[in-house]
Design a protein around this ligand. Sequence first.
Ligand code: MF3
Ligand code: CO
Length: 271
Amino acid sequence: MIVLRSQREIEKIRSACLIVSEVLQRLRERVLPGVTTWELNLLSESLAEKRKAKPAFKGYHGYPFALCTSVNEEVVHGMPSKKRHLKEGDIISIDFGVVYDGYYGDAAMTLPVGRIDEEARRLCAVTEESLYEGIRQAVVGNRLSDISHAIQDYVEKRHYTVVREFVGHGIGQQLHESPQIPNYGPPGKGVKLKEGMVFAIEPMINQGGPEVEILGDQWTAVTSDRKLSAHFEHTIAITRNGPDILTRHGSLGVFGQPSGACNRDNQRLAH
Ligand code: MF3
Ligand code: CO
């Protein structure tokens, strides 16, 4: 069952999402050569605490950290470590969620560590843009798989591949609610999108093949060919005026200005 959220509930989800965005922005400033993923995790915890929000991932199915830090060939669910020092040229996905006043927010971004090469930059830029291509389809009257298809189409035209094993999700009073939102598929399938649906859309895009495997820690997903992977995520609400991005990270995208990626400026995202 997909819950339709009232305006009041959406504002509560927005409060959680704004904390998530603020934390990601603060972490972004600390993504530098030499910094450990452990430090990023500690910072995410202390910033959440300051906002009286509870990290959503810690303890979720036994996940031991507040933050997921996925470096280079790591796709998602990379675990912070005291031994993992970021180095110039790495890319890192930071994925964070909180629960605040009973409602969840969830977002992720992939960031460059210092200067990165052109191929890595392009993978990240295409992944970020594919998220906005998906969000653009999150309008009343469309069907769920229109989001999925838009992401896949955008990505594959640029010769990257879509990870199949992880998907976006409904979000609200739980971190993961119905529906699952694959980042691939034919258009025009699945439920009709309605005002009040709240989704976390999160494409995971690979430089090489789409296959992934899970490391011995039981969490870290890596590309099977060990080529790079990137990940961006926003929590959005479907409104009569188009998609409302609840986890806005400032007004600019990370890898350039995504097409119409501006909160409360929904007309630019709607058709
Ligand atoms: N953004 C990810 C998701 O929605 C992060 C979950 S990590 C977990 O699935 F530990 F909480 F599973
Ligand atoms: Co998510």
